[in-house]
Design a protein around this ligand. Sequence first.
Ligand SMILES: Cc1ncc(COP(=O)(O)O)c(C=O)c1O
Length: 360
Amino acid sequence: MAYRHRSSIDALPGYRQGKAAPVTPGLTPYKISSNENPYPPLAAVREAVSDRALVHLNRYPDMRGTVLVERLARLHQVAPENIQLGCGSTEVITQLVNLVAGEGDEVMYPWRSFEAYPIIVTGAGATCVPVPLNDRGGHDIEAMIASLTDRTRLVIVNNPNNPTGTSVSQEEALHLLEAVPDDVLVLFDEAYFQFNDDPAQAKGLELMRNHPNVVVARTFSKAYGLAGLRIGYAVAPAEVVQGLSKVALPFGVSDMAQEAAMVSLDVSDQLRDRVEGIMKERAKVVAALEGQGWWIPRSRANYFWLPLGGATDQAYESFLANGLAVRAFPNEGIRITIGEAEANDRVIRVCADLKEQGLI
Ligand SMILES: Cc1ncc(COP(=O)(O)O)c(C=O)c1O
C-alpha cells in the first residue's frame, strides 16, 4: 500500500538484532553476536525483580526513577538534577538527539560505530555526518574536527567504539573538545566503560566537570548484564537533563528495571569479578589469535573485531557451521563477543581453521 511518509526513512537500514545461536547437531550453540554478558542474572537481582517489582505491575513506574537517580548521583558525585534515565542508553541517546537536532541540523559520529546512531539521527529528521575510522579502527579526531560546521548540533564519541573495541584517549578527547564550540554538545557514549582498561582512556565524567557541553551515557545492559530489562542513563548538565526529560518516552523505564539496577549497584563487587573474568577471557582469545597471525584492533570492550574485508561472508558461514552466532558486517569484518569459555575456545579454533584455509 502506498502511504504518505518521510522518504528519508526509505534509505535507512533498520536495526539488525544479533542472530540467535544456530542449532548445529552435536554442538552447544552460542550467541556471541550482541555484546551481551554471558552470566545469568545474580540471585539478588532476580529476588529484587520478583519480590519488589512484580507485585505492582498494575501501576505505572516512577517516571523520574527518583530513588535510582539519587543513588546514581551519589555514585558519580553529581546532583540528582544531572541524571536522566532511559529505556536503555539507546533511548537516552535518542532523547539527546531529539533535544538538539532537527531538520537541517547535523549530528556527527565515528563510522563504523553503533548502528543505532544513523537510525536515531534520521528518525529525528537531522542529517547524519559519519566520519570514517582511522586505519587502526579508532576515532579519526582530526577528521572529526574538520567535519564540524555551523550546523553541527551534537558530536558523538563512542568509547570504546562498537564494533572495533578501540579506546579514545583523554588527550584526543581534550583536543576534540577544544575545537567544538561551547554551545554544541559532545556525547561520550560509554556503554562498555567497565571493560576499558586503557590507562590513557578519556574519562567522560571527569571531562564533564570542566566542559559544560559534555554528556555521558552509560548502560546497565553490558557489564551489569541487564540487557533484557532496558535501562541506561545520562549524566549531563541540569539544563540538558530538563530538556531530555521533556522528550523522554513517558514511563519508558519499568519498575523492574529500576529495582534490578539498584540491586546491581549494591552487588557491584560480584559484578566486577564477572567483568574481570570476561577481560581475562578477552586477553586469552586475543593472544591466541595474534599467535595465529591475525591483526586485531586493540579491544577495550567485551568484544573484538576481525577485519576480514571481502572474506567476511565466507568466514561468517564457518562460525555458523560451528554453532557460533557472530555479528558480520558484509565486506568489512566480524564482531565477536567474548562469551562463555567454551564459546571463546571454539572461536579460537574456527579462526585457526580460517587461517589454515588461507582465507585471510
Ligand atoms: C556503543 C553502544 N551504545 C549504546 C548501546 C545501547 O545499549 P542499551 O540500549 O542496551 O543500553 C549499545 C548496545 O549495543 C552500544 O553498543
